[in-house]
Design a protein around this ligand. Sequence first.
Ligand code: BG6
Length: 481
Amino acid sequence: MTDKKAIVIFGATGDLAQSMLFPSLYFLDADGFLPADLTIIGTSRSRHSDAEFAKQIHDSLAKRTAPYFSEEVWARFAPRLHYCPGDAQRDEVYKALAGLLKQAAEIVFHLATSPDFFGPIARHLKAAGLAHKRARIAVEKPLGHDLASSVKIETALEEAFTEDRIFRVDHYLGKETVQNLLALRFANTLFEPLWNKDSIEHVQITVAETLGAGGRWSYYDSYGALRDVVQNHLLQLLCLIAMEPPANLQPDSVRNEKVKVLHSLRPITANEVEQQTVRGQYTKGFTEDGAVPGYTEERDGGQSDTETFVALSAHIDNWRWAGVPFYLRTGKRMATRNTQIVVQFRPVPHSIFSRRGLMANRLTIRLQPEEEISLSLMNKTPSLEQDGMQLKPLSLNLSLIDAFKKTRRRIAYERLMLGALSGSQILFVRRDETEAAWAWIDAIAEGWKQRDMKPLPYAAGTSGPSAAYVLTERNGQTWYD
Ligand code: BG6
């Protein structure tokens, strides 16, 4: 092999690699972003030859990248592919990889495996001489199960790779709208003067999915929604909304600001968990697809105390956000797929209009199912009313789909894999961010344990336990769905 660059995917036949990583690489190739000399090596335990592996990737891409799949691009993509079967816990596979990578000067090892393998793989790579100065490692969230296990993994990673060569993936950071948060906040003068406790009443961030744990049950059951989504995606979104303006777009300028937010999060301890958090678990119910089983029935009908829903109210103890609740919510098997950030502004301080119909401004940043930003403003309704004006909230809408119609919606991983290949860490999480997030999450998990807080049941296809509504209504606020 005479290639100069390589990407090695561990867990190459698994769901993440097949559904996200290979399609992303394929699209990057289609759009001309992959270096001509890039080789892609898949490794996993399944026994395949190069040809069998290529055939499997071909068939999977044809399905997953439809309607964009083209045999012409495939003809360019296929020769890049190689397969190296083996157990990532044994030396043999690394010997084989070292052979394949002999002439690769620059390598990205992307670990699409369970976090349990991160440490052992890093150690083996080092022992095989593959963790050299121009090799990088990309690891998926959640990095561990709690702070202690995360530190253990990080220590193993850092024994093999320096921090500037460790790429911690949170795929939310690769999403277009998440990137756009930086533009919205820092490329406009409109919002920044209002972006604080004086004008903002509260913020709510929701990641709601209609899918259940399904085929990922065995992973999911030992993590739950708190570790699977709150620790990473939700806290990253919160950081981007709440952080101070960075000095520039250098990775560390942005990450320094994000980590300050995480350090300012007020801990939710055992004394507060019952008031400030809600755990839920879906039971059988109905979704758009018809009747669906409950979480525990999805695998052997076994009992489980794992939460598939979390709602909580967080506080950021700093000057900008003192007293402003940040409500975070995530759940599986919810009524609709909806990922959004709502910034609720305060009501006018004195109204010259009748209070009827008067609503405070609201900025909604929707990430899924469609990407759009809307700002609700009060307007006069056209009429000849004699007893005062009639008002109605209308939305100023910025539909990213309509504005950029011709652009294919990219998979978040395209941006991330390109970042790892070019060595840019702006879209990746730094160790201190992960650890600050874990410290905050651990306190909640410990609180749940101490108070024996079991998940509340909610029927699949609904908006989660009603206690989640009590959480906001206690402060006179409500979730926007
Ligand atoms: C993953 C979680 O990180 O994010 C999944 O492990 C979740 O459980 C997924 O379904 C949600 O991502 P997205 O991009 O579909 O909102």
